[in-house]
Design a protein around this ligand. Sequence first.
Ligand code: 5AD
Ligand code: SF4
Length: 439
Amino acid sequence: MNSPRTFHVKSFGCQMNVYDGERMGELMTAQGMTATDDASSADLVVLNTCHIREKATDRVYSDIGRLRKDARALGREPMIAVAGCVAQAEGAEIVRRAKVDVVVGPQAYHNLPALVAQAAAGTPALDTDMPIASKFGALPARRRVGPSAFLTVQEGCDKFCTYCVVPYTRGAEVSRPFAAIVEEARALVDAGAREITLLGQNVNGWRDADGRGLELLIAALDALPGLARIRYMTSHPNDMTQGLIDAHRDIEKLMPFLHLPVQAGSDRVLKAMNRAHTADGYLRLLDKVRASRPDIALSGDFIVGFPGETEAEFSETLKLVEAVGYAQAFSFKYSPRPGTPAADMAGAVPAEVMDERLQRLQAAINRDQAAFNAATLGRRCSVLIDRKGKLAGQMLGKSPWLQSVHLITDAAVGDLVEVDIVRADPNSLAGQERVRVAA
Ligand code: 5AD
Ligand code: SF4
């Protein structure tokens, strides 16, 4: 097989995969390869995979099949690399089952060029090591990014929720050093970012060697000229310190949005999930957050149909949703993951019961999201323009509360515009421009 000259990276799953995908792209560009948007004509296709639920994992194999078929129709045979959490979890099994050329785990992708070279020389290459030394030091500097950029500050998880594969695929909790993060943030701003979202599986558990917590990192980023907005996700309730809660009051660039998954409303289910917090503890925590930042938009994740979940227990989830009034939330049907403790628990919830619970939960979440959007009607707020809309002169962007806003404007991607919200729909808002905020 020849050394690839063009590549295409396709990322699935969470924002951290989006970030990893960008960095793999930068790495290959630094090797002299050229990115292409069209997977079927690329010499090298990297599938950056997700293992969080069974459906996401199954997708990898069907995607590999489709990719090969499309490429063959063009008389091509691309090199295929499987990266991300499925690569970590299944390793050599992917080479055996799907005959791919490269398998690389999420902590080893700085070695991608060497693995690609090995595969080009005719030997399938596999690297799922989790080295102590971080991959970040081996990656090239950031050069060109959109107005809203991701920055991984913490990786891995030590919480071991009983349903979750993340502690196994991403490894133990590791925080990147303060100075390296600030340096990368500065490079992102120089490369065009106006907003940075700090990423981590437990981002609010970020702590450097001197014991500094996330709020001090946010304060350092607050001082960067040219950066207008800071966000962070995903957080664990038990790592939500008073210092971070206060930052939502004190740091203007920190957007009023908090993604704080709770997963379920029943204390028995929370205990079986090993979440180490109660429903009431979560609600009291949100009271503190709201006291600090009254307009904060809250977001969460939920799992329905965890083993043994009864109708009464599920109704406690609905009760919690009602008590919180989320601005948005994600809900999933429980999916047993091989190797996790919950996969061996008795009391599987029948598929049709799960479907029905998911529908009821999503209806409740949609109702709250529509109410949250309606409450922004008439407000004046900033919008960070991130892309063109479908209509002539229309641009799309995000409000401070992470809602999609469309408006007619001659502002460009990356501009911050002050708007009045003139219409609120369940999934988006319409804004009318008032003031262009200078860069
Ligand atoms: N089944 C269903 N949903 C899951 N999540 C994590 N593991 C599973 C699983 N086995 C959900 C959780 C988590 C989100 C990223 O994915 O809600 O917060
Ligand atoms: Fe998974 Fe729980 Fe860790 Fe989140 S906190 S990554 S759900 S184990």
